[in-house]
Design a protein around this ligand. Structure first.
Ligand code: AMP
Length: 272
């Protein structure tokens, strides 16, 4: 497995893979876990070579968020990536992607301003910009994203369409721990008590999905589950959204200082 920390090293490592190889790109912020593994495995099974990027993107964190304390276990991550048969890891420093004088941003206007975007105003601008940069640098045929961050998927889909990028977006189902909590790098912030409280999130979404399947409003029973846990968590939002033809119940909660997001698909749309 090659590891590139600069754009020059990335170009050198990619050169032999430019012709006749289908490249898959898995963008991550590291602290790799089973969710990332599912993305890497999908890329590996569908592409000739897999590039995994590890970059804690400062541009997608707001003031007062967890940029400084976000886990960065690079050596451990490289070990994982090796085990997953990743061909190339791109792990640049912020100054490599945002050199002095940087001032060009991609804004997915409406979509990037709702739900997560309403609570984290420049979040999707940071996501869209760094993803476009990674797509331009790696030039993959396929990019892999997780269903867990469903609004991010919708933003990337919009970006690909609006800017006429010719690559295929693959969306991988959410990987969960046996207790139902969606695997996330941020779960490491939770004490065991907080983790117990956080379980209300997947339980609420499951209650919503059950109600919807029986022809009822999914929000009411989901809200009831979250309300039961109200002393131990704060609900940022719980709403229905329709993105890319899919109806999803999306939610974000805060447990202590940790923010968790999750969603459940209620209705599949047209195949991508
Ligand atoms: P992150 O490192 O949190 O920015 O996530 C990198 C990619 O992994 C994103 O496309 C996420 O949606 C995806 N991802 C994160 N957690 C999960 C999960 N539990 N299941 C599937 N994909 C995930």
């Amino acid at each position: 497995m090659r590891v590139a920390q600069t754009i020059l090293e990335l170009d050198e490592a990619l050169e032999p893979l430019r012709v006749g190889f289908e490249l898959g790109l898995v963008p991550t912020m590291g602290a790799l876990h089973a969710g990332h593994r599912a993305l890497a495995q999908a890329a590996r099974s569908e592409c000739d070579a897999t590039v995994l990027s590890i970059f804690v993107n400062p541009a997608q964190f707001g003031a007062g968020e967890d940029l400084e304390r976000y886990p960065r276990p690079l050596e451990q991550d490289l070990e994982q990536a090796r085990l997953w048969d990743v061909d190339l890891v791109f792990a640049p420093e912020p100054s490599e992607l945002y050199p002095a004088g940087f001032q060009t941003w991609v804004e997915v206007e409406k979509l990037g301003g709702t739900l997560e975007g309403a609570l984290r105003p420049s979040h999707f601008r940071g996501v869209a910009t760094v993803c476009l940069k990674l797509f331009n640098l790696v030039r993959p045929q396929r990019v892999y994203f997780g269903q867990k961050d469903v609004q991010q998927v919708a933003v990337i889909e919009r970006l690909l369409q609006d800017l006429n990028l010719n690559l295929s977006l693959r969306v991988i189902p959410t990987v969960r721990d046996p207790d139902g909590l969606a695997v996330s790098s941020r779960n490491s912030y939770l004490s065991s008590e907080q983790r117990g409280a956080a379980l209300a999130l997947p339980r609420a979404l499951a209650a919503g999905a059950r109600a919807y399947a029986q022809g009822h409003d999914p929000v009411v029973p989901a809200r009831a589950v979250l309300d039961e846990a109200e002393l131990r968590l704060r609900v940022d939002y719980l709403e229905l959204a329709r993105w890319d033809g899919r109806l999803v119940l999306v939610a974000a909660v805060q447990v202590g200082r940790t923010r968790l997001i999750d969603n459940v698909v209620l209705e599949e749309g047209e195949p991508r």
